[in-house]
Design a binder for this molecule. Structure first.
Ligand SMILES: [Zn+2]
Length: 407
């Protein structure tokens, strides 16, 4: 059994938003109260001889707070009891980390400046029909269902801009998968999402392409506004919103893609993330595909660990695009415009297909079978394959009419 987190956006009504804000306020208040009390005891203890010092900890402070809250802070009862209780446990952890030198001294939380959030224990949380039951409030709509099955350990509600999210910690059992295929090389494209050494190409989902166009437009508009002005701020918010939407769609698609790889292949080879390239690249589409790559790698890493796949990361300087997958010759210059890789040895391949074959050849179990039939699959197809609701042969029949990039 392992505990996995899934952050889901909420669709709260106005009344529910008010409750969330209140619960965040109570949580922040309890944290600040505890922190002040902790500091006060610390100052008082400091000059006392060791044996006269009273121990300070979050649990003792919580007891103290509970003694007075009914009289002094009756409004804390308007929300879940967790909102005023959990901060003391968090405070304990935070001081523990501080004493061990892992992190800085706990700080006071400022309204609007700190992340607004509150915690609810799993015993008080229930999911039913795409809704989450929150104590003292009732059902709040979820944008999607939890990805994992199992009992909920806890839920943390938080706000980002004007949107609310819940991060669910779920205890789930991972059933080991038995991939039938040996190895795959995965190349993350710029124009399409992913190319594999089995000849599968996955185009970016349509909403993603639409989002990218909207982002380009919005960013252009932003560049025409005076930095720091009111109009600039407004436009900036727009850009951020589109960004968030794109990253959500991308994340969802990448989950389908990464599940497909870990369920189907024993070994998976991917490119090394070029951090330097990421930092100095100003091209929007490139920057975004880099982000996608980072996310795909993150997912493949934790899923491989979960399911026991062998994940191979190419060396940072491995020339996956420039190398000929057939004879090994390396082209010095290969412009991004060259979509087909041609080599003196006679091969002529889609550029990304060639790169994925090179990655696949990093896995030491014989050469890739480049004769396998190329086909285009959607993220949904991959998802259906990885959960076993369809087989690759069935898909092949369904998709005979669909276009294939390298055919
Ligand atoms: Zn060659």
């Amino acid at each position: 059994m392992i505990c996995l987190a899934h952050k889901i956006e909420l669709k709260p009504k106005n009344k529910q938003k008010t409750y969330f804000k209140k619960a965040c306020g109570v949580s922040r208040f309890a944290w600040n109260w505890g922190l002040a009390a902790w500091e006060k005891s610390y100052q008082e203890n400091k000059n006392l001889p060791k044996e006269e010092r009273s121990p300070i900890n979050g649990m003792a402070l919580k007891k103290e707070f509970n003694k007075i809250k009914k009289e002094q802070f009756p409004w804390t009862f308007e929300v879940t009891k967790y909102a005023s209780q959990q901060p003391f446990i968090h405070l304990n952890t935070a001081y523990g980390r501080f004493f061990k030198g892992i992190s800085g001294k706990p700080k006071f939380k400022k309204r609007n400046k700190s992340v607004d959030s509150f915690y609810v224990g799993g015993d008080q949380i229930k999911i039913q029909n795409k809704k989450i039951r929150v104590p003292n409030l009732g059902l709040v709509r979820l944008k999607e269902l939890p990805r994992f099955e199992g009992p909920i350990r806890s839920a943390t509600f938080s706000r980002k801009a004007d949107r609310w999210f819940v991060s669910l910690q779920i205890d789930t059992i991972i059933s080991p998968k038995s991939p039938s295929k040996e190895a795959v090389g995965v190349d993350l494209g710029i124009n399409s999402l992913v190319h594999t050494s089995d000849g599968v190409s996955i185009p970016s989902p349509k909403p993603l392409r639409k989002g990218l166009r909207a982002l380009r437009r919005a960013s252009r508009r932003l560049s025409h506004k005076q930095k720091g002005s009111k109009a600039w701020g407004k436009q900036m918010l727009k850009v951020q919103k589109i960004h968030m939407r794109i990253s959500n769609i991308r994340k969802d698609t990448l989950h389908k893609v990464s599940s497909y790889f870990t369920s189907q292949y024993k070994s998976i080879a991917i490119e090394h993330l070029n951090v330097f390239g990421m930092l100095k690249n100003h091209k929007l589409s490139r920057a975004i595909s880099d982000l996608g790559f980072y996310e795909l790698r993150r997912q493949l890493e934790y899923k491989s660990e979960m399911y026991g796949n062998n994940l191979v990361l190419a060396d940072m300087f491995f020339p996956s695009s420039k190398k000929c997958s057939s004879c090994g010759n390396i082209k010095k210059d290969l412009s991004l415009k060259e979509r087909v890789y041609t080599c003196g040895c006679g091969i002529s391949l889609d550029r990304d297909f060639n790169a994925s074959l090179n990655l696949r050849n990093l896995i030491k179990i014989g050469p890739a079978r480049s004769e396998s039939k190329p086909r285009e699959m959607t993220a949904l197809d991959l998802w259906r394959l990885s959960i076993g609701s369809t087989s690759i042969d069935e898909l092949g029949n369904e998709q005979q009419a669909s276009m294939s990039k390298f055919a």
